[in-house]
Write a protein that binds this ligand. Structure first.
Ligand SMILES: CC(C)(COP(=O)(O)OP(=O)(O)OC[C@H]1O[C@@H](n2cnc3c(N)ncnc32)[C@H](O)[C@@H]1OP(=O)(O)O)[C@@H](O)C(=O)NCCC(=O)NCCS
Length: 101
């Protein structure tokens, strides 16, 4: 599965795993390294994802906001969903959020 990294002065501070199905860019997992969280790098992560999706001629980005995993530091799924909403992702069914490019 393809993996892309977010860098800060050449240091890898985050990554996302993705796959492409037809014109959808699906995010399997994303993470900012623990010591770099809460410093505003989410925007950079999303911009990087959008750029890679566009480069691959994708029209949508889909992900499943999931706070109940080993990596998550969010108290509730609601907060994580609000974050994705604020970046233009809309809920398409019980599980998935999608951004139209
Ligand atoms: C989710 C994640 C990528 C966000 O990255 P980040 O660099 O920490 O986010 P930022 O510092 O840019 O913050 C983005 C927003 O999220 C909010 N936020 C960040 N951590 C939060 C937390 N633990 N609880 C609630 N809100 C939080 C920030 O307040 C900020 O809100 P604002 O834009 O209104 O100011 C990062 O926390 C992470 O890697 N978490 C572990 C993996 C995970 O949960 N992945 C999600 C699976 S879908």
């Amino acid at each position: 599965m393809p993996k892309s990294f977010i860098t800060l002065n050449k240091l890898k501070i985050g990554y996302y795993l993705y796959s492409i199905t037809e014109s959808d860019f699906y995010i399997h997992n994303l993470e900012i390294s623990i010591k770099y969280r809460g410093k505003g790098y989410f925007k950079q992560l999303i911009e990087n994802i959008k750029q890679t999706a566009k480069t691959n001629n994708c029209q949508t980005i889909t992900l499943q906001p999931e706070y109940q995993n080993d990596l998550s530091n969010f108290d509730t799924t609601e907060k994580l969903k609000q974050l994705y909403n604020s970046y233009g992702f809309n809920q398409i069914n019980e599980l998935f959020f999608r951004l139209q490019l």
